[in-house]
Design a protein around this ligand. Structure first.
Ligand code: URA
Length: 208
């Protein structure tokens, strides 16, 4: 079980503006993209490297490059899309798996409506991206889907996590490490994170 809270000052500063109810849709989207870049930097910190021979204008040398197959970013629709541009900016050659899951408002259970991943997704590292880890039901369902397609190496990145969601994901999938910019206090009666930032999807797309 592993939870990393990224406490970098830039992350914390941007997160505070992101949370603020006065922040506009436009700024929210931009901040989320910037946070995605910073979180992506942390979650990829230990990726394996391999040596590669190159020549600089001055001399031959042995450089290092990322080893193995290109990694996969897996946004959980729709709010996960708010993080996709940022992570792809940092890892432009990455592949993308779209995971369509929504929370049934009555049962709060995750319902799948879309899934499209690279055919060989099972041989790649998959980094799930979703701004909010609330109850953990959606995160668990996303990992279930990926594991059913043979994925063995999965990481989860969010911006705000609730203790309940972290506990749920770690109970069902203890092999999936989590990166977040904040571990908040709790969930409220509507399963929103407190203090959180509200509904991430609505704030990204201006739908409320
Ligand atoms: N999803 C959100 O967008 N916000 C929350 O607080 C919880 C789940």
């Amino acid at each position: 079980m592993k939870l990393t809270v990224v406490d970098h000052p830039l992350v914390q500063h941007k997160l505070t503006i992101l949370r603020d109810r006065r922040t506009s849709t436009r700024s929210f989207r931009e901040l989320l993209r910037e946070l995605a870049i910073l979180l992506c930097y942390e979650v990829t910190r230990d990726l394996p490297l391999e040596p590669v021979a190159i020549e600089t204008p001055v001399a031959p040398m042995q450089g290092m490059q990322l080893a193995g197959k290109k990694l996969v970013f897996a946004p959980i629709l729709r709010a996960g899309m708010g993080l996709l541009d940022g992570v792809l900016e940092l890892v432009p050659a990455a592949r993308v798996a779209h995971i369509g899951l929504y929370r049934d408002p009555e049962t709060l259970k995750a319902v799948q409506y879309y899934f499209k991943a690279p055919v060989d997704v099972g041989e790649r590292l998959v980094i799930i991206i979703d701004p909010m880890l609330a109850t953990g039901h959606t995160a668990v369902a996303a990992v279930d889907l990926l594991k059913a397609r043979g994925v063995k190496n999965i990481r989860f990145v969010c911006v705000v996590a609730a203790p309940e969601g972290v506990a749920e994901l770690q109970a069902y999938h203890p092999d999936v490490p989590i990166w977040t910019a904040s571990l908040d206090e709790r969930l409220n009666d509507h399963s929103y994170i407190v203090p959180g930032l509200g509904d991430a999807g609505d704030r990204i797309y201006g739908t409320k």
